[in-house]
Design a protein. Structure first.
Length: 153
């Protein structure tokens, strides 16, 4: 297994390379590399690596765990529907996305109407939930999502 740039940065800190005067040249060379490595992770995850678009096998459970904390009132969600993960372009980057529709309650206990959202997955793991816009979910085949409707507090 190859070590990524973050390991080099951690090793530099752990072994005290910042305190060694004779190694300042190494630090001056490696520090910008560390900054670039840390700066490659954006809102949709790193765009590099062969495993960035791994199919999210556990997408339903991860999404349920997130929605349990995200929704103001996760109980009695109506019209919960979910589509299978598909590879789509999100902000010029290919990601697995899951289209989701649901009608949840607000803080006052009133239903707000059906909302369509997109769950984005990076490296096979849930990354974020955004409102569906554009054509990302156009043509999605939705199926009932009874696990969402059955959430409790």
């Amino acid at each position: 297994m190859t070590r990524g740039p973050e390991c080099l940065c951690n090793d530099m800190i752990r072994f005290g390379l910042f305190a060694c005067h004779w190694r300042r040249a190494l630090l001056a060379t490696a520090f910008p590399f560390c900054l670039v490595a840390c700066g490659t992770v954006g809102p949709f995850g790193s765009s590099e690596g062969p495993d960035v678009n791994v199919y999210p096998d556990n997408y339903r459970a991860e999404l349920l765990a997130f929605l349990h904390t995200y929704l103001n009132d996760p109980t009695n969600v109506r019209e919960a529907q979910i589509a299978e993960p598909v590879l789509r372009q999100v902000k010029s980057t290919d990601r697995y996305v899951v289209c989701l529709k649901y009608d949840a309650k607000n803080n006052d206990g009133r239903y707000m109407g059906v909302k369509e959202t997109i769950a984005i997955y990076v490296r096979g793991r849930f990354n974020q939930l955004i409102d569906a816009n554009g054509d990302i979910c156009k043509g999605a085949t939705y199926r009932p999502f009874p696990e969402l409707a059955a959430l409790k507090r």
